[in-house]
Design a protein around this ligand. Structure first.
Ligand SMILES: *Cc1c(COP(=O)(O)O)cnc(C)c1O
Length: 403
């Protein structure tokens, strides 16, 4: 039994079994590469569900963290600290919004958005207290809190965890007519993922986001974009909504905002919405702490300075093109935008999981999403050579050829 096996056994014995990880124990990372306890090298094509857009251990982000660790790490929001203002401004300008509110996990940012739009509806739209409705989509993934899983359509995410928070209406994803029908005078917001990552990299029909945004505008409904997974260059633009020139009323951000180091999340919106929060309404002990602000600030600099949005667009088109040309007997189709790519395995070829296990043997770490889909979402710093390295191995596992 090697070191990795021993460590996996320890995890299984003492840790809750709330995940089903591939049997690999990682101990070092750099860029798109990671190494296991036996020194074997893998390419990380999951990127911690897009939390590693800048790559593992990006030197500039690591340096920002180290510098901050030597100064001050935590103040709580009871005091100001000298890393706050600069980061808030940088993120607000990047999102094109008046203000930001920092939290830690993505789910917390979603909860923050839910609170913001509900209070906005009550104060500004005149929705009676306790009657605010939020429309969400079939197949959504917005996190794991009780409120959030309460409006999930994935039975496993909910089973046994009720009772749930009321006030959510579910409509089919990508169906503008259904959205129109679901709007009532009490609707305060429509919350949507511009591409549904966890549902299997589901891309809505072209024009859907723009039409949904217009519909919201006409009905005085806030458009909330959950860009936690799709933001910060993942789909080839800074935000996925940029593909349709949509400027959501509320951005929900997380994952890559933490530069692969810390959980950092936030919402961004204009004063008309953010203004509903007054001192004591909402908060988080660690939200916006000095290390988080220093790291997130460096993480944003890397996205911009290294032109990761453009790289994601270019490399995404390249990799997706090659995957489509592979003519694998097991692949139904390939979908996605930028470097958020889903390879849909034919039902007849069985679930995606065994393909991910074989990819691991070939040195590629990818994870199935929604049974039938292999998600390829490498760090955006991936080079052409690195992509070619991966494509040869992917072709071997999928029984296809690299064109
Ligand atoms: C990952 C994710 C979340 C939840 O983020 P956590 O940091 O895991 O709480 C919410 N929405 C989307 C779209 C995500 O991909």
């Amino acid at each position: 039994m090697n070191e990795s096996h021993r460590m996996i056994e320890e995890c299984e014995k003492y840790g809750a079994h709330n995940y089903h990880p591939l049997p690999v124990v990682l101990e070092r990372g750099r860029g798109v590469w990671v190494w296991d306890a036996e020194g074997k090298k893998f390419m990380d094509m999951l990127s911690a569900y897009s939390a590693l857009n800048q790559g593992h251990n990006h030197p500039a982000i690591i340096q920002a963290a180290k510098d901050q660790l030597d100064r001050i790490t935590l103040t709580s929001r009871a005091f100001f600290h000298d890393r706050q203002g600069g980061f808030f401004k940088k993120l607000a300008v990047l999102a094109g919004k008046d203000k930001v509110l920092p939290m830690n996990s993505g789910a917390e940012a979603v909860e923050t958005a839910v609170k913001a739009v509900r209070k906005w509806g009550t104060l500004k739209k005149g929705v009676p207290e306790g009657k605010a409705e939020i429309i969400v989509c079939d197949g959504n993934f917005h996190g794991r809190t009780v409120t959030i899983v309460g409006f999930s359509t994935e039975p496993q995410y909910k089973a046994g965890f009720g009772p749930f928070t009321p006030g959510f209406t579910i409509v089919p994803y990508g169906d503008i007519k259904a959205l129109e029908k679901a709007v009532t005078p009490n609707t305060v917001a429509f919350m949507v993922e511009p591409i549904q990552g966890e549902a299997g990299v589901v891309v809505p029909p072209a024009g859907y986001l723009a039409e949904a945004f217009e519909l919201c505008r006409r009905n005085k409904v806030l458009f909330v974009a959950d860009e936690i997974q799709t933001g910060f260059g993942r789909t080839g633009r800074m935000f996925c909504c940029d593909h349709e020139e949509v400027k959501p009323d509320v951005y929900v951000m997380g994952k890559a905002l933490g530069g692969g180091i810390l959980p950092v999340s936030a919402i961004a919106c204009d004063d008309a919405v953010m203004g509903v929060f007054t001192p004591g309404d909402h908060g988080s002990t660690f939200g916006g702490n000095p290390v988080a602000c220093a790291v997130a600030s460096a993480a944003l600099d890397v996205i911009v300075n290294e032109r990761l949005c453009e790289k994601s667009q270019e490399m995404g088109a390249y990799v997706m093109g090659k995957l489509r040309q592979m003519n694998s007997p097991h692949v139904d189709h390939v979908r996605g935008k930028g470097l958020l790519i889903g390879v849909v395995v034919k039902d007849a070829s069985g679930p995606a999981r065994p393909f991910c296990e074989r990819l691991m043997e070939e040195g590629i770490l990818a994870k199935e999403t929604h049974h039938q889909v292999i998600r390829f979402a490498p760090p955006l710093v991936i080079t052409r050579e690195e992509a070619d390295w991966a494509l040869v191995r992917i072709a071997k596992v999928l029984g296809g050829k690299v064109a």
